[in-house]
Design a protein around this ligand. Structure first.
Ligand code: SAH
Ligand code: SF4
Ligand code: F3S
Length: 419
């Protein structure tokens, strides 16, 4: 039985890098640590427990873990009660190596070990101070997890699955999050009903590839959306991330049928506009097939807003192949893009490919995409002139009387009004 007073009312500070999955995991960690009497604080200086929830999708956020831990060296020397740990994808990837590389670290807690966090922290506070590594994958167990949100607000994330089996050749996520596992449909309905009862109006369903959701009862993602729309009183449903290869007509039809609840915004990562590059990325679709999915979505859900992720400088990407990504942007006209320079990752196939693209070429290609997108986004923004939008109010801003919220299309809206 775990001592419920490990934290003794002291502060816990978590810094979060990476995707929404990590944002959600940070919430889970805080909820679990509150149960053993830690109190969330806003700065590391106020804390007796500091956790870095890390990301390893590119090299840059991995460096940030090392520099952030380095910044706490002096604090650690001054405060004998301070414990410092790394969680998230770098923790899962490097395990005990992190303790070896960074002597001031007290523990490492992998992506599948979050439930063990209070116990891990407790062990570091025992008289005989232990340095703990908890980073085993729990792939054999069915995936059951409660959305342990302390104060969920009006809009919140809900994990519907974990892991990824796609093994895109550039991506480390299958190695840091393990095999794909989905939560049971009935449990998700119950979880979301519980959130609604606590005042939640909007949920964002999370998974690395939500379109391959499969409940142990056999239901797929479309059926999950239908069940949530029909059997709960949630007002808005968003989801991310969609994989183009698995996005199907059934989901388009369900999105159209339950349009009042399912938001008009789809993030559909293309990664590249060139079929040869897509093949070497192991994405499972060609440029033409991707464009076909875009047509299907736009035809079925008029007015839907699309965004995407793109990688420039994938190994072997020629100038002509890069131009195909430029033309994809012109053809699809996304509202928004997230573009990245390719970064070689451990364990991945592409890191071993010869013909790595130079940093100069990657930088130039990135700027070309961002410049073009800036123009496209600006032109598309004109469509919103004089438009009336339904907005879910999420917060007050710093300006007196001003509120902010999001439209169904995921547009951030600022306005004055309300009481
Ligand atoms: N599951 C999501 C993506 C998760 S990672 C999907 O399949 O789309 C988020 C984004 O980071 C990816 O879409 C990709 O554009 C980018 N990314 C992943 N690995 C990368 C790498 N090695 N270098 C650069 N960008 C990368
Ligand atoms: Fe990574 Fe591909 Fe899985 Fe997305 S689908 S998490 S890019 S391996
Ligand atoms: Fe990063 Fe892990 Fe998310 S690598 S993008 S935090 S799944």
């Amino acid at each position: 039985m775990l001592n419920q007073d490990i934290g003794q009312g002291e502060g816990v500070y978590i810094s979060t890098y990476g995707c929404q999955m990590n944002v959600n995991d940070t919430e889970r960690m805080l909820s679990l640590l509150e149960m053993v009497n830690f109190v969330p604080v806003q700065t590391p200086e106020q804390a007796s427990l500091i956790i870095i929830n890390s990301c390893s999708v590119r090299e840059k956020p991995v460096h940030k873990v090392h520099s952030e831990v380095g910044r706490y060296k002096e604090m650690k020397a001054q405060n004998p009660r301070l414990r410092i740990g790394v969680a998230g994808c770098v923790a899962q990837q490097e395990k005990q190596k992190l303790l070896k590389d960074m002597p001031i670290l007290d523990f490492v807690c992998g992506t599948d070990a979050i439930d063990q966090l209070p116990e891990v922290v407790a062990r570091t506070y025992q008289e005989k101070k232990e340095r703990v590594v908890a980073a085993r994958f729990e792939n054999e167990k069915p995936y059951a997890v409660d959305t342990l949100i302390r104060n969920p607000g009006v809009a919140t994330f809900v994990n519907i699955m974990k892991g990824c089996d796609n093994f895109c050749t550039f991506c480390v996520v299958p190695f840091t999050r393990g095999r794909e596992r989905s939560r049971n449909l009935a449990e998700l309905v119950k979880d979301i009903r519980g959130l609604v009862a606590r005042g939640v109006k909007e949920v964002t369903l999370l998974g690395q590839n939500v379109n391959s959701y499969k409940s142990d009862c056999g239901a797929d993602f479309g059926q999950l959306m239908k069940a949530l729309a029909e059997d709960t009183d949630i007002q808005r449903i968003r989801y991310t991330t969609s994989h183009p290869k698995d996005f199907n007509q059934e989901l388009v039809d369900i999105s159209q049928k339950y349009r009042s609840k399912i938001c008009d915004y789809i993030h559909l990562p293309a990664q590249s506009g060139n079929s040869e590059v897509l093949k070497r990325m192991n994405r499972g679709y060609t440029r033409e097939e991707y464009l076909e999915k875009v047509r299907m979505i736009r035809e079925g859900i008029p007015g839907v807003v699309l965004s995407t992720d793109l990688i420039v400088g994938f190994p072997g990407e020629t100038e002509a192949q890069f131009e195909d990504t430029v033309s994809l942007l012109r053809e699809v006209r996304y509202d928004n893009i997230y573009a990245f320079k390719y970064s070689p990752r451990p364990f991945t196939k592409a890191a071993k490919y010869t013909e790595q693209v130079s940093e100069t070429d990657k930088q130039r290609r990135l700027e070309v995409l961002l410049d073009l997108q800036r123009d496209i986004s600006f032109e598309l923004a004109r469509d919103y002139d004089n438009l009336t939008l339904d907005v879910l109010v999420e917060a007050k801003t710093n300006l007196e009387g001003q509120l902010q919220g999001r439209s169904s299309q995921n547009k951030l809206v600022f306005f004055y009004g309300g009481g």
